[in-house]
Design a protein around this ligand. Structure first.
Ligand SMILES: Cn1cc(CCO)c2c3c(c(-c4ccccc4Cl)cc21)C(=O)NC3=O
Length: 290
């Protein structure tokens, strides 16, 4: 019965932090190590169903992707009383989608500087995922989680000490790619389409020859969505206009930044920059005078 389940033995459930048709996600404390985890409990999928395929792909992807600063970390997964359970790193800052609905003006918009920080960090996560011959296939604001840490590092007071630690007070925000339920391999793709608002047209046309560039496309629309505050089209003329490469400029951003976003939604996947080239883009590199 429920009380002898591993979930109840090993964890104290703090609160539910998400729910949907996939199941529910809980913020939990591990009774042994005292750390917080995000634990997703979903109905055990029917054997042989696509849900089961996705659940297996998700755990495999986490296992292969291991530890990376811009990918949500996986700890364990198990089945109990007809449920699938996955234990992941808890990100304490919500997701990028939370910012969009929270404030009154239908979502706060981000400054160019903040958009650059999200773009370069998520591009680093994609660079790592793509380097493992995997693709995410569902990049969107609700799948980018935020970790906020405060670091207090004092300089060493001992004058003989040569370790002149940088005084590093303040908040650090790290963005991490989560929800690996649509992850598939670039070489033997079995594509499960992600959210249509962020979906590249070639995927809809079942052209899987350049899957890493579909992630780049979705990343561009993710940045565009949090930068514009407006809803993205799910279909129709507006949907196709974006897929023809027409992305209205973000008013708060420079021409160069808007040009980079437009290049990432180019109709031809080959013309879009790779995740690697985005991480090296002059616009996103820390400038001396920043
Ligand atoms: C709805 N929701 C809210 C959060 C907390 C954000 O402050 C959250 C997390 C995750 C997940 C998640 C997504 C997909 C699969 C498994 C998990 Cl645990 C869902 C989450 C996850 O893997 N890590 C999270 O922090």
């Amino acid at each position: 019965d429920a009380n002898v389940s591993r979930y109840n033995i090993e964890f104290h459930e703090v609160e539910r932090i998400g729910s949907g048709e996939f199941g529910s996600v809980y913020k939990c404390i591990n009774r042994l190590d005292g750390c917080l985890y995000a634990i997703k409990k979903s109905k055990k999928p029917v054997a042989g169903s696509t849900d089961e395929q996705n659940a297996i792909k998700e755990v495999y992807a986490h296992a292969v992707l291991g530890k990376h600063p811009h990918v949500v970390r996986y700890y364990s997964a198990w089945a109990e009383d007809d449920h699938m359970i996955i234990q992941n790193e808890y990100c304490n800052g919500g997701s990028l989608a939370d910012d969009l609905t929270a404030s009154p003006n239908h979502g706060r918009t981000f400054s160019e500087c903040e958009l650059k920080e999200v773009l370069v960090q998520v591009a680093q996560g994609l660079k790592y995922i793509h380097s493992q011959n995997l693709v995410h296939m569902d990049i969107k604001p609700s799948n980018i989680f935020v970790c906020r840490t405060t670091s207090i590092v004092d300089t060493c007071q001992d004058e003989t000490c040569h370790i002149n630690q940088k005084l590093d007070r303040g908040m650090h925000t790290t963005f991490k790619i989560g929800d690996l339920g649509h992850v598939t391999s670039t070489s033997h793709p079995k594509v499960e389409e992600g959210d249509c608002r962020y979906l590249a047209n070639e995927i809809l046309q079942e052209d899987f020859t350049n899957l890493t560039k579909a992630d780049v496309f979705s990343l561009a629309l993710t940045i565009y969505r949090i930068g514009s505050g407006g809803q993205l089209p799910k279909n129709g003329d507006d949907w196709h206009r974006i897929r023809q490469g027409y992305l209205p400029p973000l008013p708060q951003c420079s021409d160069e930044f808007n040009q980079l976003l437009r290049s990432m939604v180019h109709p031809d996947p080959n013309s879009r920059p790779s995740a690697v080239s985005i991480t090296q883009h002059a616009l996103l590199c820390p400038t001396a005078g920043k």
